[in-house]
Design a protein around this ligand. Structure first.
Ligand SMILES: Cc1cc2nc3c(=O)[nH]c(=O)nc-3n(C[C@H](O)[C@H](O)[C@H](O)COP(=O)(O)O)c2cc1C
Length: 212
């Protein structure tokens, strides 16, 4: 059993995964277990991309650890597990699950409902994205990039997305999960479905799941 917060209510769900019948406004994730994982050199040795995934959902504690590893808050200053140019922290991680699309709120370590419905298929052009249990979408919010010129915005935001994607790859290699980062994303159509503002730019997506 676990507790999830719906608005001001806390709802108890008798499930260890996020295959919910109804999407909820806020899912408070359990605190990340920051003392686990396999040795870094072994993880680096194992890191690779896969493109065949089981449909099995990720247990909630695994999703919690994954998102924290990706771009969670790791210091009292509010800074994060991945670097960002000038500490812009401009990257948002959208989490496409079977029931809905959520936004990862790193400060609260929670998922906020962004759009109801299954948007997994819309996150890519390759068939596996529709059935893999999780697709992460990396979205740069250019309103957080200060006075940077457009070329610098583009270069730095792409670099920042790469650091997050590598954190996810390494977490997956440590955890026995598979992943592939994807540039093949139908950005315009997906941005419309996600109801993004013009200053929000979809950079990359990353599919995660247990290897087939
Ligand atoms: C920026 C970037 C974009 C990528 N886009 C895709 C993609 O759209 N689809 C895909 O299947 N793999 C994609 N990949 C994964 C690469 O194909 C993969 O990393 C490469 O073949 C090397 O394999 P490895 O990750 O197992 O070392 C992308 C990788 C990067 C870094």
């Amino acid at each position: 059993m676990r507790a999830i917060r719906v608005g001001t209510l806390v709802v108890f769900v008798f499930s260890s995964s996020l295959a919910l019948a109804q999407p909820v406004e806020t899912i408070t994730l359990p605190p990340p277990a920051t003392d686990g994982g396999r040795p870094l050199m072994q993880v680096l040795k194992d890191r690779h991309s896969i493109r065949t995934f089981k449909a099995d959902p990720l247990p909630v504690p695994v999703l919690s650890n994954l998102l924290w590893a990706a771009f969670g808050v790791n210091r009292p200053s509010g800074q994060r597990t991945a670097p960002s140019a000038r500490n812009w922290q401009e990257m948002d991680i959208y989490v496409a699950l079977p029931d809905a699309l959520y936004l990862y709120d790193a400060k609260a370590h929670a998922l906020k409902l962004a759009a109801a419905g299954d948007l997994r298929a819309a996150t890519g052009t390759q068939p596996f994205v529709a059935t893999a249990p999780l697709n992460l979408v990396y979205v740069a919010d250019l309103t957080r990039t200060g006075t940077a010129a457009p070329e610098e915005q583009a270069q730095f935001t792409w670099a920042d997305a790469g650091f997050i994607a590598q954190n996810v790859y390494l977490f997956c290699a440590s955890e026995g999960l598979g992943a592939v980062v994807r540039g093949l994303v139908p950005r315009e159509a997906l941005a419309a479905l996600m109801k993004l503002r013009p200053e929000q730019r979809i950079l990359l997506a990353q599919t995660v799941g247990y290897p087939q």
